[in-house]
Design a protein around this ligand. Structure first.
Ligand SMILES: [Zn+2]
Length: 306
Protein backbone atom coordinates (compact mmCIF):
# COMPACT_ATOMS: atom_id res chain seq x y z
CA UNK A 1 0.00 0.00 0.00
CA UNK A 2 2.73 2.45 1.00
CA UNK A 3 4.54 1.85 -2.27
CA UNK A 4 1.44 2.60 -4.33
CA UNK A 5 0.86 5.82 -2.41
CA UNK A 6 4.44 6.92 -3.09
CA UNK A 7 4.06 6.06 -6.75
CA UNK A 8 0.91 8.16 -6.99
CA UNK A 9 2.75 11.03 -5.31
CA UNK A 10 5.64 10.69 -7.76
CA UNK A 11 3.25 10.73 -10.72
CA UNK A 12 1.73 13.97 -9.46
CA UNK A 13 5.04 15.72 -9.95
CA UNK A 14 4.60 15.31 -13.71
CA UNK A 15 1.01 16.42 -13.93
CA UNK A 16 0.19 19.79 -15.44
CA UNK A 17 -1.35 22.36 -13.08
CA UNK A 18 -5.14 22.27 -12.80
CA UNK A 19 -6.99 24.29 -15.49
CA UNK A 20 -8.23 27.77 -14.67
CA UNK A 21 -11.38 27.88 -12.59
CA UNK A 22 -13.76 29.69 -14.98
CA UNK A 23 -15.19 26.92 -17.14
CA UNK A 24 -15.45 24.13 -14.63
CA UNK A 25 -17.21 23.14 -11.46
CA UNK A 26 -15.64 23.61 -8.03
CA UNK A 27 -14.12 20.31 -7.00
CA UNK A 28 -14.96 19.46 -3.42
CA UNK A 29 -13.48 16.58 -1.47
CA UNK A 30 -14.96 15.74 1.92
CA UNK A 31 -13.96 13.16 4.50
CA UNK A 32 -17.61 12.35 5.34
CA UNK A 33 -20.50 11.64 2.97
CA UNK A 34 -22.65 13.97 5.07
CA UNK A 35 -20.52 16.97 4.14
CA UNK A 36 -20.55 15.91 0.47
CA UNK A 37 -24.34 15.80 0.62
CA UNK A 38 -24.54 19.27 2.21
CA UNK A 39 -21.98 20.66 -0.26
CA UNK A 40 -23.99 19.32 -3.23
CA UNK A 41 -27.22 20.66 -1.75
CA UNK A 42 -25.77 24.15 -1.28
CA UNK A 43 -23.47 24.17 -4.32
CA UNK A 44 -25.95 22.73 -6.82
CA UNK A 45 -24.55 22.31 -10.32
CA UNK A 46 -21.67 24.72 -9.68
CA UNK A 47 -19.87 22.03 -7.67
CA UNK A 48 -18.97 18.36 -7.72
CA UNK A 49 -18.40 16.69 -4.37
CA UNK A 50 -16.83 13.38 -3.50
CA UNK A 51 -16.37 11.79 -0.09
CA UNK A 52 -13.32 9.78 0.95
CA UNK A 53 -15.10 7.67 3.59
CA UNK A 54 -18.31 5.96 2.52
CA UNK A 55 -21.37 6.13 4.78
CA UNK A 56 -21.14 2.42 5.59
CA UNK A 57 -17.51 2.71 6.79
CA UNK A 58 -16.21 3.61 10.22
CA UNK A 59 -15.34 7.31 9.82
CA UNK A 60 -12.27 7.00 12.08
CA UNK A 61 -10.57 4.57 9.73
CA UNK A 62 -11.07 5.37 6.04
CA UNK A 63 -8.71 3.06 4.16
CA UNK A 64 -6.24 5.32 2.34
CA UNK A 65 -6.11 4.68 -1.40
CA UNK A 66 -3.83 6.21 -4.06
CA UNK A 67 -6.93 7.64 -5.74
CA UNK A 68 -7.50 9.78 -2.62
CA UNK A 69 -4.18 11.56 -3.27
CA UNK A 70 -5.23 12.39 -6.82
CA UNK A 71 -8.61 13.68 -5.63
CA UNK A 72 -6.93 15.88 -3.03
CA UNK A 73 -4.42 17.11 -5.61
CA UNK A 74 -7.26 18.29 -7.87
CA UNK A 75 -9.52 19.65 -5.12
CA UNK A 76 -10.53 23.32 -4.76
CA UNK A 77 -12.05 22.66 -1.35
CA UNK A 78 -11.57 20.07 1.37
CA UNK A 79 -14.19 19.75 4.09
CA UNK A 80 -13.21 17.81 7.22
CA UNK A 81 -14.90 16.93 10.50
CA UNK A 82 -11.81 18.02 12.45
CA UNK A 83 -11.48 17.31 16.19
CA UNK A 84 -8.92 14.67 15.13
CA UNK A 85 -11.56 12.35 13.61
CA UNK A 86 -9.41 11.95 10.49
CA UNK A 87 -6.01 11.98 12.22
CA UNK A 88 -5.46 8.30 11.45
CA UNK A 89 -5.39 8.66 7.65
CA UNK A 90 -5.69 12.22 6.33
CA UNK A 91 -2.39 14.00 7.20
CA UNK A 92 -0.09 11.71 5.12
CA UNK A 93 -2.52 11.88 2.17
CA UNK A 94 -2.52 15.68 2.34
CA UNK A 95 1.28 15.77 2.45
CA UNK A 96 1.52 13.71 -0.70
CA UNK A 97 -1.25 15.53 -2.59
CA UNK A 98 0.89 18.67 -3.10
CA UNK A 99 -2.03 21.06 -3.04
CA UNK A 100 -1.48 23.94 -0.63
CA UNK A 101 -5.02 25.26 -1.14
CA UNK A 102 -6.53 22.36 0.81
CA UNK A 103 -3.99 22.32 3.65
CA UNK A 104 -5.32 23.51 7.02
CA UNK A 105 -3.91 26.99 6.39
CA UNK A 106 -5.11 27.14 2.76
CA UNK A 107 -8.11 29.02 1.36
CA UNK A 108 -9.77 25.78 0.26
CA UNK A 109 -9.96 24.14 3.68
CA UNK A 110 -13.06 24.02 5.84
CA UNK A 111 -13.18 22.49 9.31
CA UNK A 112 -16.90 21.79 9.70
CA UNK A 113 -16.71 21.63 13.50
CA UNK A 114 -16.16 25.40 13.81
CA UNK A 115 -19.30 26.96 15.27
CA UNK A 116 -20.97 23.62 16.02
CA UNK A 117 -22.00 22.43 19.46
CA UNK A 118 -19.30 19.96 20.52
CA UNK A 119 -20.02 17.60 23.41
CA UNK A 120 -17.85 15.45 25.69
CA UNK A 121 -14.84 17.75 25.74
CA UNK A 122 -12.47 16.01 28.15
CA UNK A 123 -11.58 18.14 31.16
CA UNK A 124 -8.45 16.33 32.38
CA UNK A 125 -5.49 14.98 30.47
CA UNK A 126 -6.24 12.46 27.71
CA UNK A 127 -4.09 9.31 27.78
CA UNK A 128 -3.85 6.17 25.62
CA UNK A 129 -5.30 4.19 28.53
CA UNK A 130 -8.65 5.93 28.00
CA UNK A 131 -9.02 4.31 24.56
CA UNK A 132 -9.55 6.30 21.40
CA UNK A 133 -10.77 9.43 23.19
CA UNK A 134 -10.65 12.60 21.12
CA UNK A 135 -8.97 15.41 23.05
CA UNK A 136 -11.11 18.15 21.45
CA UNK A 137 -14.49 16.56 22.14
CA UNK A 138 -16.79 14.07 20.44
CA UNK A 139 -16.29 14.28 16.66
CA UNK A 140 -19.71 12.81 15.72
CA UNK A 141 -21.34 16.23 16.03
CA UNK A 142 -22.92 16.22 12.53
CA UNK A 143 -25.67 13.95 13.90
CA UNK A 144 -27.46 16.99 15.31
CA UNK A 145 -29.65 18.81 12.75
CA UNK A 146 -28.89 22.15 14.44
CA UNK A 147 -25.20 21.53 13.75
CA UNK A 148 -26.11 20.49 10.19
CA UNK A 149 -27.59 23.95 9.73
CA UNK A 150 -24.37 25.55 11.00
CA UNK A 151 -22.30 23.40 8.63
CA UNK A 152 -24.51 24.20 5.61
CA UNK A 153 -24.15 27.93 6.32
CA UNK A 154 -20.37 27.62 6.66
CA UNK A 155 -20.26 25.77 3.33
CA UNK A 156 -22.32 28.50 1.62
CA UNK A 157 -19.94 31.18 2.92
CA UNK A 158 -16.87 29.21 1.84
CA UNK A 159 -18.29 28.47 -1.63
CA UNK A 160 -19.09 32.14 -2.15
CA UNK A 161 -15.49 33.03 -1.25
CA UNK A 162 -14.11 30.51 -3.74
CA UNK A 163 -16.68 31.22 -6.48
CA UNK A 164 -18.03 34.79 -6.02
CA UNK A 165 -20.15 34.57 -9.19
CA UNK A 166 -22.15 31.75 -7.60
CA UNK A 167 -22.95 33.65 -4.40
CA UNK A 168 -26.64 34.24 -5.18
CA UNK A 169 -27.13 30.61 -6.20
CA UNK A 170 -25.51 29.33 -3.00
CA UNK A 171 -27.64 31.66 -0.88
CA UNK A 172 -30.81 30.52 -2.63
CA UNK A 173 -29.90 26.83 -2.27
CA UNK A 174 -29.04 27.35 1.40
CA UNK A 175 -32.41 29.00 2.05
CA UNK A 176 -34.23 26.11 0.35
CA UNK A 177 -32.26 23.60 2.42
CA UNK A 178 -32.96 25.43 5.66
CA UNK A 179 -36.68 25.53 4.90
CA UNK A 180 -36.69 21.78 4.21
CA UNK A 181 -34.74 21.16 7.41
CA UNK A 182 -37.16 23.22 9.49
CA UNK A 183 -40.05 21.20 8.06
CA UNK A 184 -38.20 17.94 8.77
CA UNK A 185 -37.42 18.97 12.35
CA UNK A 186 -41.15 19.39 13.01
CA UNK A 187 -41.81 15.95 11.46
CA UNK A 188 -39.10 14.31 13.62
CA UNK A 189 -40.35 16.00 16.79
CA UNK A 190 -43.87 14.66 16.09
CA UNK A 191 -42.56 11.12 15.41
CA UNK A 192 -40.61 11.03 18.68
CA UNK A 193 -43.03 13.05 20.82
CA UNK A 194 -44.09 10.14 23.04
CA UNK A 195 -40.58 8.69 23.46
CA UNK A 196 -38.71 11.55 25.16
CA UNK A 197 -36.24 10.28 27.76
CA UNK A 198 -36.07 6.75 26.32
CA UNK A 199 -32.97 5.03 27.69
CA UNK A 200 -30.56 3.57 25.15
CA UNK A 201 -27.23 1.80 25.11
CA UNK A 202 -25.11 2.53 22.04
CA UNK A 203 -22.24 0.53 20.55
CA UNK A 204 -19.73 3.37 19.99
CA UNK A 205 -20.15 6.89 21.33
CA UNK A 206 -21.38 8.15 17.96
CA UNK A 207 -24.66 9.53 19.25
CA UNK A 208 -24.26 12.15 22.02
CA UNK A 209 -25.41 15.03 19.79
CA UNK A 210 -28.15 12.92 18.21
CA UNK A 211 -29.37 11.81 21.65
CA UNK A 212 -29.33 15.32 23.08
CA UNK A 213 -31.25 16.77 20.15
CA UNK A 214 -33.81 13.96 19.95
CA UNK A 215 -34.15 13.59 23.75
CA UNK A 216 -32.80 10.06 24.16
CA UNK A 217 -30.87 9.10 27.28
CA UNK A 218 -27.60 7.23 26.59
CA UNK A 219 -26.86 5.17 29.71
CA UNK A 220 -23.98 3.00 28.48
CA UNK A 221 -21.85 1.72 25.61
CA UNK A 222 -21.05 -1.75 24.29
CA UNK A 223 -17.47 -0.60 23.82
CA UNK A 224 -15.73 -0.60 27.22
CA UNK A 225 -13.69 2.40 25.95
CA UNK A 226 -14.05 4.28 22.65
CA UNK A 227 -12.62 2.17 19.83
CA UNK A 228 -12.14 -0.94 22.03
CA UNK A 229 -14.35 -3.94 21.10
CA UNK A 230 -16.65 -5.38 23.81
CA UNK A 231 -14.93 -7.71 26.31
CA UNK A 232 -16.79 -10.62 28.01
CA UNK A 233 -16.54 -8.81 31.36
CA UNK A 234 -17.95 -5.57 29.91
CA UNK A 235 -20.78 -7.43 28.15
CA UNK A 236 -21.86 -8.82 31.53
CA UNK A 237 -21.80 -5.32 33.03
CA UNK A 238 -23.91 -3.98 30.17
CA UNK A 239 -26.39 -6.85 30.49
CA UNK A 240 -26.81 -6.01 34.19
CA UNK A 241 -27.13 -2.30 33.42
CA UNK A 242 -29.82 -2.91 30.78
CA UNK A 243 -31.78 -5.18 33.13
CA UNK A 244 -31.45 -2.80 36.07
CA UNK A 245 -32.38 0.36 34.15
CA UNK A 246 -34.90 -1.40 31.85
CA UNK A 247 -33.21 -0.13 28.67
CA UNK A 248 -35.40 -0.95 25.66
CA UNK A 249 -32.93 -0.20 22.83
CA UNK A 250 -29.38 -0.98 21.81
CA UNK A 251 -28.37 1.42 19.02
CA UNK A 252 -25.57 0.22 16.77
CA UNK A 253 -23.74 1.70 13.80
CA UNK A 254 -24.09 -0.21 10.51
CA UNK A 255 -20.36 -0.91 10.22
CA UNK A 256 -20.03 -2.98 13.42
CA UNK A 257 -20.64 -6.72 13.79
CA UNK A 258 -24.10 -7.59 15.15
CA UNK A 259 -22.80 -10.53 17.16
CA UNK A 260 -22.22 -8.77 20.50
CA UNK A 261 -25.30 -6.52 20.38
CA UNK A 262 -27.45 -9.55 19.46
CA UNK A 263 -25.97 -11.54 22.34
CA UNK A 264 -26.74 -8.76 24.84
CA UNK A 265 -30.24 -8.37 23.38
CA UNK A 266 -30.96 -12.10 23.77
CA UNK A 267 -29.92 -11.97 27.42
CA UNK A 268 -31.98 -8.89 28.23
CA UNK A 269 -34.97 -8.67 25.88
CA UNK A 270 -33.70 -5.31 24.64
CA UNK A 271 -33.98 -4.60 20.88
CA UNK A 272 -31.03 -3.97 18.58
CA UNK A 273 -31.58 -1.04 16.21
CA UNK A 274 -29.20 -0.71 13.28
CA UNK A 275 -28.63 2.99 12.53
CA UNK A 276 -26.51 4.73 9.94
CA UNK A 277 -24.39 7.58 11.28
CA UNK A 278 -23.81 8.90 7.76
CA UNK A 279 -25.43 9.46 4.38
CA UNK A 280 -25.25 6.27 2.29
CA UNK A 281 -24.80 3.92 5.26
CA UNK A 282 -28.23 2.50 4.43
CA UNK A 283 -29.62 2.78 0.88
CA UNK A 284 -32.57 5.01 1.87
CA UNK A 285 -30.29 7.54 3.62
CA UNK A 286 -29.68 9.41 0.38
CA UNK A 287 -28.97 12.87 1.74
CA UNK A 288 -28.49 14.73 5.02
CA UNK A 289 -32.22 15.03 5.75
CA UNK A 290 -33.24 11.48 4.76
CA UNK A 291 -30.41 10.23 7.00
CA UNK A 292 -32.45 11.35 10.02
CA UNK A 293 -35.72 10.13 8.47
CA UNK A 294 -34.23 6.63 8.19
CA UNK A 295 -32.71 6.52 11.68
CA UNK A 296 -35.76 7.99 13.42
CA UNK A 297 -38.12 5.61 11.62
CA UNK A 298 -36.00 2.66 12.80
CA UNK A 299 -36.10 3.88 16.41
CA UNK A 300 -39.85 4.51 16.35
CA UNK A 301 -40.47 1.06 14.79
CA UNK A 302 -38.38 -0.62 17.48
CA UNK A 303 -40.36 1.16 20.19
CA UNK A 304 -43.60 -0.17 18.75
CA UNK A 305 -44.74 2.96 16.96
CA UNK A 306 -45.09 3.49 13.21
ZN1 LIG B 1 -15.90 8.07 17.51
Amino acid sequence: MKKTLLLAAALLAFLAPAPARAARKLRIVTTLSDFASLAETVGGDRVEATSLAKGYQDPHFAEPKPSFILKLHDADLLIVAGLELEIGYLPPLLDQARNNAVHPSGKGYLDASVGCEILEKPTGQVTRAMGDVHPYGNPHYWLDPANGRVIARAIATKLAALDPEGKAVFERNLATFEARLTEAEARWARALASYAGTKVVTYHSSWPNFAKYFKLDVVGYLEPKPGIPPTPQHKLEIINLILEKKVPLILMEVYFDRKDPDFVARKTGSTVVMLTPSVGGLPEAKDYISLFDVDIAAIVRALGGK
